[in-house]
Write a protein that binds this ligand. Structure first.
Ligand code: TXA
Ligand code: MG
Length: 320
């Protein structure tokens, strides 16, 4: 836990329009005062993020939502009640106090209460809602450790709070529960099955068009710098290549790879999610010329892991 002084200083940086990177249970966020359009603009600059990709607003407590946005649709209230604090982002109407740059001009706003002491104490101390995308440059791997943030964003961020590795390892699940049937807009750390226990059957609509409702959903996203090839389910890479890296779900591949990462030796998809970005960061740093990745079982949070791997692999082309 950071010293109270460090938190107070970070909160002051937020209040005065600066950027603070902080841990959440999913990934590290790059925070700015969500009431301050200029502060929010600095996020887009630091991340080199296109202005059509809206930010998620973070609150310290479930009780802070209604005062900000007014009465909630029943589906939204039920999910907030059940899963906050936690890795779930909900879509609500954008309140007038939130400047349009935060939502990229949409009249809706994505909002969540993170399940992490540092994050909640920071937001509470700042006394303002905090807009925070993942603390990485646009399109690159999400940060699950403070050192990933420093390596990726460097001088662009004033303060990085270090909370060690994040627990979930992938981003929050995004759900629009305003209508009759809830719509999942991004697969994430909260499995769809859990959402459905509250909402009943959902529609999963993962955008990959240019539409801003497509959350984190450009076809190519979450990508390591190294080209990544995703194997088909059950396909095994016949042999290693001495300059290639291998991302395995549970079993080590036969020898011959330059670098190997195993996501979960016990075959647990939740552990695999927690380790995904860290493993990709390491393979990227290993200097391999290609990463070959296995899909994980398509159950629970495994669905969100495979979604990230597919996006990371979207630009792969065979070496010519
Ligand atoms: O776990 C997380 O959600 C992390 C941590 C830091 O909280 N944050 C995160 O933010 O993943 P970011 O900016 O990397 O992804 C936010 C996604 C964007 O892809 C955006 O398209 C979607 O949320 N989004 C934001 N506002 C939206 C809205 N009003 N309607 C639909 N999607 C929205
Ligand atoms: Mg992101």
């Amino acid at each position: 836990m950071p010293a109270d002084g460090d938190l107070a200083e970070a909160a002051a940086v937020l209040r005065t329009g600066g950027l603070v990177a902080f841990p959440t249970e999913t990934v590290y966020g790059l925070g700015a005062n969500a009431l301050d359009a200029r502060a929010a603009a600095r996020i887009f600059e630091a991340k080199q993020r296109p202005s059509f990709d809206p930010l998620i607003t973070h609150l310290a407590d479930v009780a802070d939502l209604e005062p900000l946005v007014g009465a909630l649709p029943a589906g939204v209230a039920a999910l907030a009640e059940r899963f906050w604090p936690g890795p779930l982002t909900l879509i609500v109407d954008r309140p007038a106090v939130i400047p349009p740059i935060v939502t990229s001009g949409l009249d809706t706003m994505a909002v969540r209460v993170p399940d992490h002491e540092h994050a909640r104490r920071l937001i509470a101390a700042a006394g303002v809602p905090v807009a925070a995308p993942s603390a990485n440059r646009f399109g690159q791997l999400s940060p699950t450790r403070a050192e990933h943030v420093v390596r990726g964003l460097g001088a662009a961020v004033e303060v990085v709070l270090d909370g060690g590795p994040t627990r979930c390892g992938i981003e929050s699940t995004i759900v629009d529960a305003r209508g009759e049937r809830a719509v999942v807009l991004r697969l994430g750390a909260l499995p769809v099955e859990e959402v459905e226990k509250v909402t009943g059957p959902v529609t999963v609509r993962l955008g990959n068009s240019g539409q801003p409702v497509a959350p984190g959903a450009l076809a190519s996203h979450y990508a390591p710098r190294t080209p990544l090839r995703l194997l088909a389910t059950g396909e095994s890479a016949a042999e290693g290549r001495d300059r290639w890296g291998y991302l395995a779900f549970r079993d080590r591949p036969r020898p011959g790879w330059a670098a190997v990462e195993v996501l979960s030796a016990s075959g647990d998809v939740t552990e695999a999610a927690a380790r995904l970005f860290e493993a990709l960061h390491r393979l990227d740093a290993a200097g391999v010329s290609e990463i070959v990745a296995e899909p994980v079982p398509e159950t629970g949070v495994g669905r969100a892991v495979n979604d990230r791997l597919r996006r990371a692999a979207a630009t792969w082309q065979p070496a010519g």
